[in-house]
Design a protein around this ligand. Structure first.
Ligand SMILES: NC(=O)c1ccc[n+]([C@@H]2O[C@H](COP(=O)([O-])OP(=O)(O)OC[C@H]3O[C@@H](n4cnc5c(N)ncnc54)[C@H](O)[C@@H]3O)[C@@H](O)[C@H]2O)c1
Length: 239
């Protein structure tokens, strides 16, 4: 089951892999024409715990992507929505005895480190905005349920997920944190299929020549094999 199923990242995954898995897509906004007939669509507001319980019943793997994506605004709504929806989904996944939750965290959890530093997961979180703070909560909650309530989880610190067709240039930060949609799909498959995971926080960027985040563990733990290099795909935006 994929939450935020009509969002940018989920749509690309579901359209690519609906033949491989039995998928339920859940979102507060739905459109029946987006997916093929074998994908089950559930319109649901994850702020409502009972809706999350219904969604998680009988589900093996939850990919939790729903939320507000906004690294600029400081609005309370970001914390309220991202924390409550994540709390509800994890609690429902525990109650429903789901086998794994894959949580969409963000590179924004560490974006206050100077840009010439490569960040690995053993460094403390240093978010640069309230959105990043909300993702730190999700990572902590995932660890809590993995070590105390028997719900395995993988948190993915997603970088700049963009379709190459939409850009010719990128600034230096986005080049070093770029994540190609097909690389992320391959990472998600590894996260679904790899056995014997209790809890991991893995970095999710492509094979960029300079990497803002260290992806060594992502390769080792779930067989991540990214192909794209943003420094070959885009020019540097200097303005
Ligand atoms: N796009 C990126 O570059 C990027 C980078 C880092 C992390 N992420 C994370 O990955 C996830 C997916 O990102 P995206 O780019 O596909 O975002 P998106 O904004 O395209 O999709 C998010 C989806 O969540 C849904 N949603 C929001 N509130 C909801 C609620 N209360 N109940 C049910 N559904 C709700 C929205 O309707 C939307 O379809 C997000 O959690 C985001 O924080 C994205």
């Amino acid at each position: 089951m994929i939450t935020g199923g009509f969002g940018k990242i989920a749509k690309h995954f579901v359209q690519s892999f609906n033949h491989k898995y039995e998928i339920t897509v859940a979102d507060i906004v739905t459109n029946n024409e987006t997916f093929s007939d074998n994908v089950q669509i559930e319109k649901a507001d994850l702020m409502d715990f009972s809706a999350c319980l219904k969604l998680c019943a009988g589900i093996d793997t939850v990919i939790h992507l729903a939320g507000i994506v906004d690294p600029v605004s400081e609005s309370d709504e970001i914390l309220e929505t991202n924390i409550k929806t994540t709390q509800n989904i994890f609690k429902a996944a525990v109650a429903s005895k789901c086998k794994r939750v894959i949580f969409a965290s963000s590179a924004q959890t560490i974006e206050s480190y100077p840009t010439d530093i490569q960040v690995n997961k053993n460094m403390l979180v240093k978010p640069k905005n309230i959105y990043g703070v909300s993702k730190c909560f999700g990572e902590a909650l995932a660890a809590y349920h993995a070590y105390n309530n028997g719900l395995p989880s993988i948190c993915l610190r997603i970088g700049a997920y963009e379709f190459p067709r939409d850009f010719t240039k990128m600034n230096a930060r986005d080049l070093s944190a770029f994540l190609h949609p097909d690389d992320f799909n391959q990472l998600l498959i590894g996260c679904i299929e790899t056995k014997d995971i209790q809890h991991e926080v893995l970095n999710a960027i492509s094979n960029n020549r300079y990497k803002r985040l260290d992806i060594t563990e992502s390769k080792e733990k779930v067989g991540y094999a990214p192909k794209a290099d943003a420094f070959e795909l885009f020019e540097l935006e200097t303005d």
